[in-house]
Design a protein around this ligand. Structure first.
Ligand code: NAG
Ligand code: NAG
Ligand code: NAG
Ligand code: NAG
Length: 545
């Protein structure tokens, strides 16, 4: 604890983590905020009087003493960063002391059930082991009330070492916040006139006009203009590939009745980190009819001080996303982002770009699965169920015809299923939390599909006593797999990444499954009818001879 404490002390994002797990801070964030105590949330800190108060239970200390520091406030807060510093040398690199929570139960008090803390919010910590050289010690704290509402470096109490005459403390006033350009309000909506001639545009649906059409998602550049219907934010990303992660992101986030424009870096499939306005200029925005619009410029190249800002004279895939936001913090997009069909040089010649919200790899997954379970799998099953008595005297590669066809089609089904199964994992780079039961069903289908050939390999010979057992198990496992595959298909075609037209795709699937079931029923009736007829013929032959 002590070495960790040297840098940074404590950074608690206590309450939010539990109702918003998606946007929780990665641990690495803490060290980044330590130096200047800035939370990097894309907006400057509040300059008004804060509703928080930091207090210590003593004014004097001896080395090794425990001092209790309490942060209290009349208003809810999400998190804070507390530092102890040498008041004589407040800007030295190192901080002093180590913190420990006095009462984990009281910290739990912060996990208020709703967003508003009705009661007094407070958290107590104690500091111990202030090194002996430090004789004047002060605390300071950054408190985050909500994502974009925070106070930086609020001065706290000062404690003196025993026997040291109190001196006027070093100034601990907060430095004035960085001057930021206030975005202006756009006079009217963007227009798609000039797309492909004077500017490059990405439009969804293709050919829409943001001036007329409130459902139009619009991005144009080199001066970036972004517009789209959204609850909380619209944003775009410059990406080297068609996967989320390692992207340079720009967002227009609605915050009450205004919009803030910021840039950020998306390192993984989490929410953007280090929102900043550095490097952005001529920002303006407009809110009307549920459409968020914003415009800004940025230099083609930015200095190394802006890591994560990509040069604009390179080719990138463009992502267009929208979704919800709360207190300026963006949530995961609620639709698949629109991804441009090819990479575009941002400063290159004007062009009208097209995009797709359905990633090719997910469409391949759907297509292969449908092929496996609506075609090869069903035909293979029908062959085994109804066509065994046919071609009694012919063989195919040394085996009965029905068996060769059945085995071939079923092996193909298993191969297609395995192949298709891997694709979403390759695309998502992990398990998708948002796909519901579908992936679980998929796992079952794959597992059962793989057991079928194994059961078949170890089957007893046709004249064995236990052959009926194999027949029964093989049929039962096959039927269960097929039923699960049908259920998985119904859930799968509704996945947003496939972008199939909603009621129609289900109707087509219902139609096809009904047809298959009907065919089987007819074949079943015919089979039993045939058995009866054949038996009769046999009995006749027997009786006559
Ligand atoms: C302050 O709190 C710490 C920790 O609870 C305790 O050890 C210490 O005695 C307290 N100091 C005073 C002066 O009450
Ligand atoms: C911090 O507090 C916990 C429990 O309150 C205790 O187990 C732990 O030893 C303390 N750590 C230090 C460095 O005092
Ligand atoms: C909140 O707590 C602080 C410190 O414990 C106290 O001074 C203040 O009176 C409390 N406010 C309310 C409204 O309880
Ligand atoms: C992008 O376009 C700019 C301006 O036309 C050009 O200077 C640059 O070389 C291009 N970059 C690539 C990677 O083609």
């Amino acid at each position: 604890m002590s070495r960790v404490g040297v840098c940074c002390l404590l950074f608690f994002f206590v309450s939010v983590c539990y109702w918003l797990p998606v946007i929780c801070y990665a641990n690495g964030k803490v060290t980044k905020a330590c130096g200047n105590m800035e939370p990097h949330h894309g907006v400057p800190g509040q300059t008004t009087q804060s509703p928080y108060h930091l207090a210590a239970n003593t004014t004097t200390f001896s080395p090794g003493d425990h001092i209790e520091v309490t942060l209290s406030g009349t208003s809810y807060f999400e998190g804070f960063l507390l530092q102890g510093r040498d008041a004589v040398n407040p800007d030295s690199v190192s901080t002093v002391g180590t913190f420990n929570l006095t009462d984990h139960k009281r910290t739990q008090l912060l996990t208020c059930n709703n967003q508003q803390c009705v009661k007094n919010c407070s958290v107590a910590l104690f500091i111990l082991d202030i090194s002996s050289e430090v004789y004047l010690h002060f605390f300071r704290v950054t408190v985050v009330a909500h994502y974009n509402v925070f106070w930086v470096k609020l001065p706290g109490p000062i404690v003196y070492k025993h026997g040291v005459t109190p001196r006027p403390p070093h100034s601990t006033t907060t430095p004035p916040p960085d001057p930021t350009t206030t975005p202006s309000i756009l006079p009217g909506p963007f227009v798609s006139d000039g797309c492909g001639q004077s500017k490059s545009c990405l439009l969804d649906p293709p050919g829409c006009d943001p001036k007329e059409d409130v459902d139009c998602f619009f991005l144009s550049f080199v001066t970036f203009e972004l517009s789209g219907p959204a609850e909380g934010y619209v944003g775009f990303a410059l990406s080297w590939d068609t996967w989320m992660g390692n992207d340079d992101v720009y967002m227009c986030v609605k915050d009450g009745n205004r919009v803030s424009v910021s840039a950020a870096f998306l390192s993984g499939r989490t929410s953007p980190e280090d929102q900043t306005q550095a490097g952005l200029s001529s920002m303006s925005w407009r809110l009307a009819d549920g459409v968020i619009q914003c415009r800004f410029s940025r230099p083609v190249k930015l200095s190394n001080q802006e890591p994560g800002r990509y040069d604009l004279d390179q080719k990138y895939f463009l992502f267009l996303a929208s979704g919800n936001a709360l207190y300026g913090r963006v949530w995961k997009h609620n639709r698949q982002p629109l991804i441009s069909t090819h990479r575009k040089n941002i400063t290159g010649p004007p062009e009208i770009l097209r995009g797709s919200r359905g990633p090719m790899i997910m469409k391949m997954h759907g297509a292969l699965m449908l092929l496996a379970w609506m075609l090869t799998g069903s035909i293979g099953t029908i062959i085994a169920s109804f066509y065994k008595p046919d071609w009694p005297n012919q063989t195919l590669l040394g085996q009965k015809v029905w068996f060769q066809v059945h085995r071939g089609l079923m092996v193909l089904t298993v191969i297609l299923t395995t192949l298709a199964f891997c694709l979403p994992f390759f695309y998502r780079k992990g398990w998708s939390k948002h796909a519901g039961v579908h992936p679980y069903l998929g796992c079952c289908v794959l597992a059962l599909s793989l057991t079928q050939p194994m059961i078949a390999v170890f089957r007893p010979s046709p004249d064995s006593d236990r052959r009926y057992l194999f027949n029964w198990v093989h049929w039962a496992v096959g039927s269960v797999t097929e039923l699960m595959a049908v259920a998985a298909m119904f859930l799968g075609i509704r996945q947003s990444s496939l972008l199939l037209p909603s009621p129609w795709s289900s109707h087509v699937l219902i139609g096809y499954i009904t047809w298959l079931a009907l065919i089987r029923l007819i074949l079943l009736v015919q089979k039993h009818f045939c058995i009866k007829r054949c038996t009769k013929t046999l009995i006749k032959l027997f009786v006559n001879s």
